[in-house]
Design a protein around this ligand. Structure first.
Ligand SMILES: [Ca+2]
Ligand SMILES: [Ca+2]
Ligand SMILES: [Ca+2]
Length: 186
């Protein structure tokens, strides 16, 4: 559930988050992955994915072309996270809408489908910024159940939205259902 904070509290939270981000970024391993521009029409077109695998938090920032608040975009995305390279496919996916009034959920999955996934109860947020055209997501590292030794994370992103003239436009980061290079925890 999203809660609305009073403005002062929200501002304080923003400040705290900003300094926490700076502090975390200094130590965390950061990787950026670019996606082709214009491989789908404006509205969702994925441009880049930044991953910061910190000690406390994993952050994923996706940048888009023409991210808009209007519902007509029907835009949304899935950020797939691979925390166990031994097990084929992703272990988690963040599913979220990209227009105003939409929600998001972190789901534990076994493979690329989120149909039978279970929502994970842990600390995570995902924020839409229409001016910066970004979706910024943060997950506490406690969200991820790792019995393996590795703390690397690999990502894949799929965004979709309404295509002008009907149908759905889909844009994957690189080759569909292929993970990025591993981002080690730093
Ligand atoms: Ca693209
Ligand atoms: Ca896996
Ligand atoms: Ca693409």
């Amino acid at each position: 559930m999203r809660t609305s904070l009073p403005t002062a509290a929200a501002a304080a939270t923003c400040l705290a988050t900003a300094s926490l981000l700076l502090a975390t970024t200094a130590h965390a391993a950061t990787s950026a992955f670019a996606d082709e521009a214009g491989d789908v029409g404006p509205g969702v077109d994925l441009r880049s994915v930044k991953v910061v695998n910190g000690e406390e938090n994993l952050r994923v920032v996706t940048t888009h072309r023409d991210l808009v608040p209007g519902f007509r975009s029907q835009a949304g995305g899935k950020v797939f996270l691979d925390t166990d390279p031994e097990d084929k496919g992703p272990e988690y996916v963040l599913v979220g809408g990209y227009f105003e009034g939409t929600d998001y959920a972190l789901v534990a999955v076994d493979g690329w489908s989120d149909q039978d996934g279970e929502r994970v109860e842990c600390s995570y947020t995902s924020r839409l910024d229409y001016d910066a055209e970004t979706v910024r997501s943060r997950f506490s590292q406690d969200c991820f159940d790792r019995d393996d030794a590795t703390t690397d994370v690999r990502v894949e992103v799929r965004v979709s939205g309404a295509r002008k003239g009907g149908g759905t436009a889909v844009d994957w980061l690189g080759t569909p259902r292929t993970f990025s290079a591993p981002v080690p925890q730093g």
